[in-house]
Design a protein around this ligand. Sequence first.
Ligand code: SAM
Length: 244
Amino acid sequence: MEIPLYFYQAYRDLDRLSPGSEDTTLKAIDKIDININDELYVLDIACGVGTSTIQLAKYFENAEIEAFDLFKHYIVSLDEKIAENALEDRVFSSVGDMKDPDFANEEFDIVFCEASVEIMGFKRALDEWRRLLKPNGYMVISDVSWISRPSGESVKFWKNIYDEVDTIENKIKQIESAGYEFIDYVIVPKRDWNNYYQKLEKNLNSLSGDKSAKDFVKQLKKEMDFYRNHSDDYSYVFYVMKKC
Ligand SMILES: C[S@@+](CC[C@H](N)C(=O)[O-])C[C@H]1O[C@@H](n2cnc3c(N)ncnc32)[C@H](O)[C@@H]1O
C-alpha cells in the first residue's frame, strides 16, 4: 500500500498514535492479577511506534514481549526504542495482521491491544484472540465507548466511523458472553486526548502549505473539533479480562 508523505509528517515524532499516557496504561495493566516478576509471555497487537510495548517490557521485567503492527514504518520506530532501551534479548517485533495473528494457540499470559481494535471490531477480536491466551491468561483491550449518555450528534458521528461504539455496561456483557471473566475498566482521561491532539495539531499545521494533504488535514481537524465539543460522551476505555 502506497502511503502518502503527508501521512508520515502528520504523525512525525509522536510517541503514540492515539490518546493515551504511561499513567493510563499503568492503571490498566496494574489490574492484572499476576506475579509481575514471572517469566511471562506478552503480546502487543497493533503496537504502532511501540511506546506501550516498552512500558510493558519495563513493567513485566522478566517477560518476553512480542509486538506487531501492519506497517513496517512503525516497527522501525519500535526497533529503535528496543535498541535505545537495550531490550533486544526479550522484546521482539514483527509485521503482522491483527486479523490473522501468526502465533500458536495458548501461547500468551497477556494479550494487550491499545486503541486499535476498531480496525476489526471488538466482538470479533474477543472471539478470535481468545485462542492466543493460556488458560487463565489476561487480555487488555481499549475500545471507544460511551462514557455517559451520548448526544444524538455523537451517535451519528460514530455510526459512520465505527458502529461498535457502545456503553461500558454493554461492552462488559460482550466480554462475559465471549467467555471471559471481566476484571475492571479504565477510562482514558480527557487530559490524554488533549495532549495527543495538541501534538497532532501542531504537525497538521505544518502541513498547511501541502495541497495534497488538504482533505486529510481537514478530516483530522474535524475529528479533533468534534471531540473537543463532545468529550463527555465518549473515550477509549481499557477493558481488563481473564480467560476462563
Ligand atoms: C491508532 S494506532 C494505535 C497504535 C498504538 N497501539 C498506540 O496506542 O499508539 C492503530 C495502529 O493499528 C495499526 N494497524 C492497522 N491495521 C492493522 C492490522 N490489520 N493489523 C495490525 N495492525 C494494524 C496501525 O498501523 C497503527 O499502528
